[in-house]
Design a protein around this ligand. Structure first.
Ligand SMILES: [Zn+2]
Length: 314
């Protein structure tokens, strides 16, 4: 079996305006590195615009949220429109956001059916800050949470885990998973930092596992936090699928945060999560891109992450 890479050219059309860190060049940098020969055995698919995408979004985002975003995103926009200080919508955002969700759904279909060993979704906008009823932190829809809910409803996965190593806490995923004991959320993140959530005491119904790190912490502290707080809980949970919120902004070169991770740490965490997936769920991993804002560090880190997925899935 192989690793599936899901992306789409329209992800560069989500325009966040000049000077915004979550920018189209992130996709171009990753495209370039993944065009190398090392990655020739990836199965490559375009992120689809699926008929069921709005239904699946509605499982995570209740009430009128989807309509609110649709109204803004498909209405007249002259350039860009800010939903809040960080979160921006442009004329290309609606299609990008729907295809970002669609990539996750497609990745779940592929790994749950055994068509691929695992999958990496190279998408934007990212998702883990989007709460049930609130867009924030560059995120419109909670891509990883939606994928997890979909795997339960459509593929009979009883327990789904999201493991999040983005440097920011995934308040959106936590919010959506908060009161469901069959959904697991485990996160390492810098604290204090945006969005302000992610304390160890935030435990949901015993299904949320936060491992905050301090500014300046490097790989050793990261691995220790992962091994002591996330992995034992994940092992006890016994997932049928693991979704990774793969943010690479904990890299030492990242301009938005102050952890000191390097590529080897991203390799370690990918291997470690994949090992847990091998033990519990036939290696099923769907990884979704979240943050990472230094283009060189992002491209190198994604390369290591995807290569590791290929090696463990071979
Ligand atoms: Zn982040």
């Amino acid at each position: 079996m192989s690793t599936l890479l899901i992306t789409h050219p329209c992800f560069v059309d989500h325009d966040t305006g000049p000077g915004h860190p979550e920018r189209a060049d992130r996709m171009r940098a990753i495209d370039k590195v993944l065009s190398h020969d090392v990655f020739k055995d990836l199965i490559r698919e375009e992120a689809p615009l699926r008929d069921d995408v709005e239904e699946e979004i509605s499982r995570a985002h209740g009430g009128t949220y989807l309509e609110k975003i649709r109204t803004i995103a498909t209405g007249p926009i002259n350039g860009t429109r800010h939903i809040d200080a960080d979160t921006v919508i442009s004329p290309g955002s609606w299609e990008a956001a729907l295809r970002a969700v669609g990539a996750g759904l497609e990745g779940v279909d592929a790994v749950m059916s055994g068509r691929a060993a695992n999958a990496f979704c190279q998408v934007r906008p990212p998702g883990h800050h989007a709460e049930s009823n609130r867009a924030m932190g560059f995120c419109l829809f909670s891509n990883a949470a939606i994928s997890g809910l979909y795997a339960r409803v459509k593929h009979g996965a009883e327990r789904v885990a999201v493991v999040d190593f983005d440097v920011h806490h995934g308040n959106g995923t936590q919010d959506i998973f908060w009161s469901d004991k069959d959904l697991f959320y485990g996160s390492t993140h810098q604290m204090p930092l945006f969005p302000g959530t992610g304390a160890q005491g935030e435990m949901g119904v015993g299904n949320i596992f936060n491992a905050p790190l301090r500014a300046g912490d490097a790989g050793e502290r990261f691995r220790e936090a992962f091994e002591s707080r996330i992995l034992p809980a994940l092992h006890n949970f016994g997932p049928d699928l693991i979704v990774i919120s793969a943010g690479f902004d904990a890299h030492q070169a990242d301009p938005l945060a102050n952890l000191e991770l390097v590529e080897a740490d991203f390799m370690w965490v990918t291997e470690t999560v994949a090992d847990m997936a091998n033990r519990h769920c036939h290696g099923r991993v769907v990884s979704m891109l979240e943050g990472g804002y230094d283009l060189t560090a992002l491209a190198r880190s994604v390369a290591v992450h995807v290569k590791t997925l290929m090696d463990v899935g071979a």
